[in-house]
Design a protein around this ligand. Structure first.
Ligand code: IMP
Length: 177
């Protein structure tokens, strides 16, 4: 059990399980994008650890360019992305794979996908470590998902609660007791 600010979190997804899911995803991506020189686009801040582990296991030539979107507020999505920073210039005609830590309502991703589509990529898909299917409010092109979880709030492996918990090597879930 760990305490972040005033809340308790308990272990939820172990390091070994994360590593296995990330390795499987990297193998699939390496197969599916063979010969396509994909442009991998991790979304900061939450995806930095997932992205760093995933790209190390990708065995085909690829490029990596980070973007950043408006921050998330605890317990509910803002449902609105104010700005997308760092969109790479060379998107046209490229195969784009967005890397995300968690898709909750999907509204952040919807906005990112919309912005990138305007730049006319050859294709655009999403690889997310976690998906909260019951919270999804919109259709987004998720091609790879590591784990499906319930609506619970999680931290660790890049994800935070009010700035804390990103450094935890495994995923913890809010202890509702
Ligand atoms: P969405 O727009 O509702 O899909 O929210 C996506 C973003 O909200 C993610 O990139 C996370 O930064 C954040 N988020 C959603 N659920 C959680 C959670 O359980 N823990 C930490 N961050 C979360």
């Amino acid at each position: 059990m760990i305490r972040l600010h005033e809340l308790d979190f308990k272990p939820f997804i172990a390091e070994a399980d994360l590593a296995r899911a990330v390795a499987e995803m990297a193998a699939r991506i390496s197969r599916d994008y063979e010969g396509l020189n994909p442009l991998l686009v991790p979304i900061l801040n939450g995806s930095f650890m997932f992205a760093a582990d995933l790209v190390r296991l990708i065995t085909i030539p690829c490029e990596i360019s980070f973007i950043k979107v408006a921050s998330y507020e605890f317990a509910e999505s803002k449902g609105q992305v104010e700005e997308i920073l760092g969109l790479p210039a060379e998107v046209a005609g490229r195969h784009i794979l967005l890397l995300e830590d968690i898709v909750d309502t999907g509204l952040t991703m919807q906005e990112v996908v919309r912005s990138i589509r305007e730049l006319q990529p050859a294709s655009i898909h999403i690889a997310t470590l976690l998906l909260k299917p019951d919270s999804l409010k919109t259709e987004v092109p998720i091609r790879y998902e590591g784990f499906r979880i319930g609506p619970e709030f999680v931290v660790g492996y890049g994800m935070d609660y009010d700035g804390q918990g990103r450094n935890l090597p495994c995923i913890h879930v809010l202890d509702a007791r």
